[in-house]
Ligand binder design. Sequence first.
Ligand code: CA
Length: 329
Amino acid sequence: MKKIITIFTIFTLVFLAGCAKNEDSMPEIGVAIYKYDDTYISTVKNSLINAAEGKAELLLNDGKGDQATQNDQIDLLIEKGVDVLLVNVVDVGASQTIVNKAKTADIPIIFFNREPSEAVLKSYDKARFIGTNAKDAGVIQGEIIAESWKDGRYDKNKDGVMQYVMFKGEPDNPEAVARTEWSIKRANELGVKTEQLGLQVANWDTELANRAMEAWITKFGDKIEFVVANNDGMAQGAISALQAANYNKGDENKFIPVVGVDATDAAKELITKKYMTGTVVQDGEEMGKMLFKAASNLIEGKDIIEGTDYSYDSTGVAVRIPYKPYTGM
Ligand code: CA
C-alpha cells in the first residue's frame, strides 16, 4: 500500500510539474551566432533580445567563428527540443548538414545574415533565410553619389563627367563585386556620367586604402572628383590620405566627396564633421525585430512573413531587409 501511495505521489508530482511547465514556460528559440565579436551582429543580437523580452526564451550561442563549435551548439539546441532555430552560420558550406539535422528533428530553421544556397534552403519546407540584398548597398551608394553630384560643384574640371576612384573589398567577394558594380550603375541610371580613374582592391583594409589613395593623389591630384569605397574602413583610409594632402579638412573648396558602407562609428563621426559624404547602414535593429517576428510566426504554425511588411524574393524562401542611406541629415 505504502509503495502504491509513493508511486501515486510521484506520478502526481510529475503530473503537476508538467502542468506548471506548460502554464508558464515560454517558447524556446535556439540562436546560433557565427561570432559575437562583430558590430552588426551585436546590434542584431541586442534587438532580438529586446524583442523576445517576456515573450520567448532565447538560448544564445557564440560560435566564435568556428564551425565545429557551432555544430556542437546546434546539436545541443536540437537535443533540448527548442521550438525554432535561428542560425547565423559560420561557414555556409555547413548549411546542408545543419538543415538535415533540423529536418530530422522536425524543428523549423531560419538562417540569417550568411546565406545558404537556394537548393539547401529548399531541401526542407521549414527552412528560410532572412538577409540583405548585396546589390542594395551599391544601389544606395549610387543614390548618395547622384544626390551630392547634382548641383555640379564637385565637377572641378567642368566636363560634365564624374572622375572617380574605386576601392574594392576583395576581387571575388559577392558583396564587393555587387557594391563596385551597382554604386556606379545606379549613379549612371540617375544621370551621372562617370569615368573611372583607378580601381584598387584593398581587402576592406584602412591602411591599404590609405596607401593607394596617397599614390592616386600624387598621380591625379585635383583630377579626382569622387571616392567610392566598398566599406567605411577603406573610406576612412582614403580620407586620412586626403587630409594629409590638405583636402577634406573643412574647407568646402578643398573637398573630394567620399562614400562608404557600414555606418561605423568612425564614419559617422567623419560625416558629422563633413569630412565624408555618406555611408550605407545595414539595419541590424530591424533584422533583430524581423527575426523574432518570423520565429514567433513559425512557432504558431504561420508563415514567417505573416503580419509583416515583407514579402519573399524570387526564391520564395528568402526575405531581404533593406539597407538605408546615412548622410548625417
Ligand atoms: Ca569632371
